[in-house]
Ligand binder design. Structure first.
Ligand code: ARG
Length: 464
């Protein structure tokens, strides 16, 4: 291996094994765009402040643009034995433009450089994920708009509980994704400060202007304290946590899609595009896609825990342990972007089996609570007594082998004479669903209101 550009104290060549453990180029080459972008901004600032000459700046700027094109076109493969992306780009620049290239690293360290590159990557991908979340919310709204009157058994403990409508269920997921979106946006804002110019840990005696680089790179301002900045990986932890939480929501939706695709439910049919066959059982159509989304949630959680564990015992400032920060984030980001795109397509193309959902509402006496509520509201019976009377009615329905909504007024009277004939209409599942008119409730009217509110929120979000 050639003598490294940054090994003043190291006279011997590093061993192959050391290189294998030490070099991050095989994975941090993904940051070449951010690295070049950061170096261009840094060089610009150095020249603006008279720290390097205009001529050197021109050479650096042109050289970096050329290197960018070389990487993009596959001419510069970033597969050498450079330690990392920063060394690879700087080495290439110096090969191209000579001494001017060696001036680029003035008032900078790889510690602030990596903090910058990685933060730029996280910020960009935070925006991409946030935009995909908006698309998913809009698709869920579309499905909701078509299903505000589609009855569905609402469940607790995976047992039939009360009738709701399918739009309401979809809007529950839209609400989760809205929170996820807001979490990504707030992380973006919190971390939108520039690390460059912090140098190794303590700043620099060169008369730099960090505001120039911050502004050029799209940050709000430079970070406050350099010691913190080169030690900080909160931005990476935040994107990992945000992805984990979002994937947990996606996993719950996937779980429901898997259940709903089973013969026992058949509430939805996934399009053939999003299902696979079995290699031995010709009749099978398996929900592999939601299963994979559910499975990938485990993987992104692992990435979050791994980085939390890497960071927990580190003294300030930079330690090489921190090189372990990148692969997990790259993996979680890739997983999140792909998963969101797949989910969006799958939800958009699934068939909602309205009849199956409707029919399932006739199992489990879903409107029993309505009878108890009626006895309280209209007859003045204390809730606990009403609860027991309703229990007796449910037992009768069970004995007769019918749903509570199918009992006649005579049946109801035989349990308690105070039950009025107007109750029969209330026990209808649709009436039960529509009776839940409290704010945030499932009635079609309230569900439509939720959809409207979500649409106007969606319209107020600018897509970057
Ligand atoms: N490859 C390193 C990383 O990813 C870059 C920073 C190296 N800094 C240093 N002082 N060795 O963390």
């Amino acid at each position: 291996m050639s003598k490294k550009i940054a090994s003043a104290r190291i006279s011997e060549k590093s061993s192959k094994l050391l290189q294998e453990l030490n070099n991050s180029l095989p994975f941090d080459k993904l940051l070449y765009r951010e690295d070049i972008e950061g170096s261009r901004a840094h060089a610009f600032m150095l020249s603006e402040e008279g720290i390097i000459s205009k001529e050197d700046y021109e050479k650096i700027e042109n050289g970096l643009v050329e290197i960018y094109e070389e990487v993009e076109s596959g001419k510069f493969l970033l597969d050498g034995d450079d330690e990392d992306i920063h060394m690879a780009i700087e080495g290439r620049l110096t090969d191209k433009i000579g001494d001017a290239g060696k001036r680029l690293h003035t008032a900078r360290s790889r510690n602030d450089q990596v903090a910058l590159d990685f933060r730029l990557y996280v910020q960009k991908n935070t925006q991409k994920i946030a935009n995909l979340l908006l698309e998913n919310i809009s698709t869920l709204i579309k499905v909701a708009q078509n299903n505000t009157t589609t009855l569905l058994p609402g469940m607790t403990h995976l047992q039939h509980a009360q009738p709701i409508n399918f739009a309401y269920h979809m809007m529950a997921y839209a609400s989760m994704f809205k929170r996820d979106y807001e979490r990504f946006v707030s992380s973006y804002e919190r971390n939108n400060y520039s690390p460059i110019g912090c140098a190794a840990l303590a700043g620099t005696p060169h008369p730099i202007n960090r505001k120039i680089t911050a502004q050029k790179l799209g940050f709000k301002a430079p970070t406050l304290n350099c010691l913190d900045t080169v030690s900080d990986r909160d931005f990476a932890l935040e994107i990992l946590f945000n992805i984990s939480t979002m994937m947990m929501h996606m996993s719950r939706l996937s779980e429901e899609l898997i259940l709903w695709s089973a013969s026992e439910f058949k509430f939805v049919t996934l399009s053939d595009k999003h299902a696979t066959g079995s290699s031995i059982m010709p009749q099978k159509k398996n929900p592999d896609i939601p299963e994979l989304l559910r499975g990938k949630t485990g993987r992104v959680n692992g990435n979050l825990v791994a980085l939390l564990t890497v960071m927990k015992g580190l003294p300030l400032a930079y330690n090489k342990d921190m090189q372990e920060d990148k692969e997990g984030v790259f993996d979680s980001v890739k997983t999140a972007l792909l998963s969101l795109e797949v989910l969006n397509e799958m939800i958009d193309e699934m068939t909602v089996n309205v009849e199956k959902m409707n029919k399932a509402c006739m199992i489990g006496h879903l409107s029993a609570t309505d009878l108890a509520d009626y006895l309280v509201k209209e007859v003045g019976i204390p809730f606990r007594d009403a609860y027991h009377i309703t229990g007796n009615v449910v037992n009768m329905a069970e004995e007769k082998g019918v749903d509570i909504s199918e009992l006649t007024i005579e049946d109801l009277h035989s349990i308690d004479e105070r039950i009025g004939s107007d109750v029969v209409a209330l026990l209808d599942n649709r009436a039960s669903m529509n009776a839940r008119t409290s704010e945030g409730g499932t009635s079609t009217i309230r569900t439509e209101e939720q959809i409207e509110i979500m649409i106007s929120w969606l319209n107020s979000q600018s897509k970057d």
